[in-house]
Design a protein around this ligand. Structure first.
Ligand code: SF4
Ligand code: MSK
Length: 676
C-alpha cells in the first residue's frame, strides 16, 4: 500500500494521470501506464494538466463578437434578487447560455446531417450506377423509406399495378432524400414518422423543421450579436434544429446506410484492445462514415490481400474499429470493437497498429504525435478532415474509385507490418459480444408471433417483467473516470428490470464490460428482465449502432407506441434517456431531440447551463409542460439511473400499470441470482 501511495504521489508531481483513477478498464490502465513509461503523452495526462474554464463550464462566456469575450460567472453566493449580470451589448446570462447551448445543437446537428448528406450523395451515385462499389442491399427497406419520402413504389402497366423497377425507385428516393437538406418549402418528411400526438405537439409549438440545413443556418443567424435575445425563442429554434437532426439528417443517414450496406441483424464479435493480434497486420478504422469502412472491410477480406499479408510475414489482416465506425462495421460484419473514443491513442501505443485510417468526427489531433513515436501510418481520407502534421498521409476517398482507394490503404498497412520498431504489447482483455440490433430485429425477437409488431415487448412492459426502456448513449469524457458512469448507470438500470438500448461509445463500453451477451441477463438483471432475455435469447443491453443510429431508438419508441397499450405518444412511455459521459456537440443535439421527442433525458459530467439558473430551470422543468420531455443533470451514476427509474415508475403509474409490476413475483432462485 505504501508503494502504491508513493507511485500516486510521483504521478501527481509529474503531472501525469493515475491509470487507476483515469479508467475502470484494466486494459486501458495497462496502456496508460505503458504510454507513461515510454514518455508518450495521452488525453488522460492532458486532462490532469489542462483544467477547464469555470465560466465556460457554466455556459456564460460569450465570444460572439469582437467586444467580448464577455464572461458572466455565477457569484459564489448565488444570485439574490435581480440578476444584473450582462455583457457589453447587454446580453443576459440566460441569453448567453441559450445562445451557446443552441450553437452546440447546431454543431452536433451539422455533424450528423452533413454525414447524412454524404451518404445520400453516395446513394445517388450508386442508384445512378456511377460506381460499382455499392449496390442496394435492402430493397425491402428501400420500398419502406420510399413511402415516407412520398415516392411512388408502384406503377400502372397495362391496367395492372406493379412494383416499380428497383433502380428507378432508388434514383427517385435518392433525389427526394437529398432535397430534404435544402428544399425551399414544406417540412422534413420523416417528422411524420413520429406518433401522431408527437407531431401535433411539434405543430402546436411551431417546431416542425422546414429543411435540415435551414434550421442549422438559422441558429447561426439568430445567435449573431444583436439578433434573438429571448432564451425561450432561442430554444424554440434549437428544438427545431434538433428535431431536424434526429428525425431528419441522422434518420436519413441510418436508413440510407441500411439500404446500401444492409440492415443489421444480431451477430457475434469481440471488444477491447485485446482484439488486436501481434502476428497479424492490424488495421484500425476510426471515425463515423461506413461509406469508406464498408469497402475497406471488403478489400481486407480479399484472398489476394490476405496472401499479400502472408508474403510480408503476417498471418493475415486483423481489422478493428474505434468510435462509431467501429459500431458501423460491427453491426454489419462482426468486425471487432478495438475501443472507445478515449482509447484511440492507446491502440497505437500497443506498438501493433500498422495503420490507423480515419474519416470524420471524434478523431484526436494528437494521434499524429502518438503515431510519430511508433511505426503506425496515420491516414486521413476525407476532404473536410485533414491534419497539419507532416507524418500524416492523406488518401482522399472517392466513391467513384472506392476499391482502388481502399486497396491503397490496406496495402500501406500490410507494407508497414515489417517496420514495427517498438516491443509489441497488446493487452489480453477482450469480451465476447452480440451486437447489431435494430428496429427490425427487436421486432423479430420481441415481436408477437402473429401480430408481427412490438406486441410482446409491450406486453412484457405492461405485465411488469420489463419495468421500462432506457436509451443510454454517448461519448467518453476525459474529465470523468473512463467508462465508470456508463457501466454503473447501465448495471443499475438492468438490475431494476429496465432494458437498455445503447449506441455510440456507451455501446462500446458495455461491450468491453461483457454486458452485450444473453448470459449477462442471469448475472446482472432483475428477475423480470432476466426471464425475458433468457426466454428469447437476447442481451439485456441491445447494441443499436453508432451516433446517427440514435434514430433507431426514436423509431423503436414510435413502434412501441404503435403496438398499443402504452399511451399515445413517446412521452407516455415508461422510458428515459441518458448520456453518462457525454462530451461532443452531437450529444447535445441528440439529448435535445430526445427531449423534444418527449423523453426525460439525464446527462452526466456537467452541462453548460448552471451559470444561468433561470435558463436551466426552463430546460429542466418547464420543457416538460410543452414537450413531455425535459433535461436533467446527475453526476453520480447510481443516482442518475435512479432518477431515470423514478421517471419510468411515474409513467407506469400514469398508465395505470404500476400495479401489474407489484404482482411480478420473485422466486427464491430469482432472489439468489439477484444477490449474486
Ligand atoms: Fe459580449 Fe454581447 Fe459581444 Fe457576446 S455579443 S461578446 S455578450 S458584446
Ligand atoms: S463516437 S460522438 S465519442 S459517442 Fe460517435 Fe463516441 Fe461520442 Fe464520438
Amino acid at each position: 500500500m505504501a508503494g502504491e501511495a508513493k507511485i500516486k504521489e510521483e504521478k501527481k508531481a509529474k503531472n501525469v494521470a493515475d491509470p487507476q483513477e483515469a479508467t475502470i478498464d484494466t486494459a486501458t490502465q495497462e496502456m496508460i501506464a505503458r504510454a507513461q513509461a515510454l514518455g508518450v503523452e495521452t488525453v488522460f495526462d492532458r486532462a490532469v494538466t489542462m483544467k477547464p474554464c469555470n465560466i465556460g463550464t457554466q455556459g456564460t462566456c460569450c465570444k460572439n463578437c469582437g467586444m467580448g469575450p464577455c464572461r458572466l460567472p455565477l457569484p459564489k453566493s448565488g444570485i439574490e434578487g435581480e440578476d444584473t449580470r450582462k455583457g457589453l451589448c447587454g446580453a443576459t446570462a440566460n441569453t448567453i447560455a441559450a445562445r451557446n447551448f443552441i450553437r452546440m445543437i447546431a454543431g452536433g446537428a451539422a455533424a450528423h446531417s452533413d454525414h447524412g448528406r454524404a451518404v445520400a450523395e453516395v446513394f445517388m451515385s450508386a442508384a445512378r450506377k456511377e460506381t460499382d462499389a455499392y449496390r442496394i442491399k435492402d430493397p425491402h427497406k428501400l420500398r419502406d423509406v420510399a413511402q415516407w419520402l412520398e415516392v411512388e413504389t408502384t406503377v400502372e402497366v397495362d391496367g395492372e399495378t406493379k412494383d416499380r423497377d428497383l433502380d428507378e425507385l432508388a434514383v427517385a428516393v435518392g433525389e427526394k432524400a437529398l432535397a430534404e437538406w435544402g428544399k425551399p418549402e414544406g417540412e422534413v418528411l420523416f417528422a411524420k414518422r413520429a406518433p401522431e400526438a408527437r407531431y401535433e405537439i411539434w405543430k402546436k409549438q411551431g417546431v416542425v423543421p422546414r429543411n435540415i440545413d435551414r434550421e442549422i443556418v438559422e441558429i447561426m443567424h439568430r445567435t449573431h450579436i444583436g439578433v434573438d435575445q429571448d432564451y425561450k425563442n432561442l430554444m424554440k429554434q434549437g428544438t427545431r434544429a434538433a428535431i431536424g437532426d434526429g428525425w431528419g439528417g441522422s434518420m436519413l443517414a441510418t436508413e440510407l446506410q441500411d439500404i446500401l450496406f444492409g440492415t443489421p441483424y444480431p451477430l457475434a464479435s469481440e471488444a477491447n484492445l485485446g482484439v488486436m493480434k501481434e502476428d497479424m497486420v492490424n488495421l484500425v478504422i476510426h471515425g463515423h462514415e461506413p461509406v469508406l469502412s464498408e469497402i475497406i472491410v471488403a478489400v481486407a477480406q480479399k484472398p489476394e490481400m490476405v496472401e499479400y499479408a502472408k508474403k510480408k510475414g503476417a498471418k493475415g489482416i486483423q481489422l478493428s474499429g474505434i468510435c462509431c465506425t467501429a459500431n458501423e462495421v460491427l453491426q454489419r460484419h462482426g468486425i471487432p470493437l478495438c475501443g472507445t473514443f478515449l482509447q484511440q491513442e492507446l491502440a497505437i501505443i500497443t506498438g501493433a497498429c500498422d495503420a490507423m485510417v480515419v474519416d470524420i468526427q471524434c478523431i484526436f489531433q494528437n494521434l499524429a504525435n502518438v503515431a510519430k513515436c511508433f511505426h503506425t501510418k496515420l491516414i486521413t481520407t476525407h476532404p473536410i478532415a485533414k491534419m497539419e502534421q507532416d507524418n500524416v498521409i492523406h488518401i482522399e476517398f472517392d466513391e467513384h474509385h472506392a476499391f482502388e482507394d481502399a486497396e491503397k490503404i490496406v496495402k500501406l498497412a500490410i507494407d508497414n507490418y515489417e517496420n514495427r520498431r517498438t516491443e509489441v504489447m497488446i493487452p489480453k482483455q477482450k469480451s465476447s459480444i452480440i451486437g447489431g440490433f435494430g428496429v427490425e430485429s427487436i421486432e423479430y425477437h420481441l415481436g408477437g408471433t402473429f401480430r408481427g409488431s412490438y406486441y410482446t415487448l409491450n406486453d412484457n412492459i405492461i405485465n411488469g417483467r420489463i419495468r421500462g426502456i432506457g436509451g443510454v448513449v454517448g461519448c467518453n469524457n476525459a474529465r470523468t473516470k473512463h467508462n465508470q458512469g456508463h457501466i454503473e448507470v447501465v448495471k443499475e438500470l438492468i438490475k431494476n428490470d429496465v432494458i437498455v438500448l445503447t449506441t455510440g461509445c456507451n455501446a462500446i463500453a458495455c461491450a468491453m464490460e461483457g454486458l452485450l451477451t444473453p448470459e449477462t441477463a442471469g448475472v446482472f438483471c432483475g428477475p423480470g428482465l432476466a426471464e425475458v432475455c433468457e426466454t428469447v435469447g437476447i442481451p439485456p443491453v441491445l447494441h443499436l449502432g453508432s451516433c446517427v443510429d440514435n434514430s433507431r431508438i426514436l423509431l423503436a419508441a414510435a413502434e412501441v407506441v404503435k403496438a398499443g397499450g402504452l399511451g399515445k405518444d413517446i412521452s407516455d412511455l415508461p422510458a428515459a434517456g441518458s448520456a453518462p459521459e457525454w462530451m461532443s456537440e452531437k450529444a447535445i443535439s441528440i439529448g435535445h431531440y430526445f427531449v423534444a421527442s418527449g423523453v426525460y433525458t439525464v446527462f452526466g459530467v456537467t452541462l453548460p447551463v448552471s451559470g444561468a439558473p433561470v435558463f436551466q430551470k426552463y430546460l429542466f422543468e418547464e420543457f416538460e409542460k410543452m414537450y413531455g420531455g425535459m433535461w436533467d443533470l446527475e453526476v453520480d451514476p447510481v443516482k442518475h439511473a435512479q432518477k431515470m427509474i423514478a421517471h419510468i415508475d411515474k409513467k407506469r403509474k400514469a398508465l395505470g400499470i404500476d400495479k401489474a409490476r407489484e404482482r411480478v413475483m420473485m422466486s427464491m432462485e430469482d432472489r439468489m441470482r439477484l444477490e449474486a
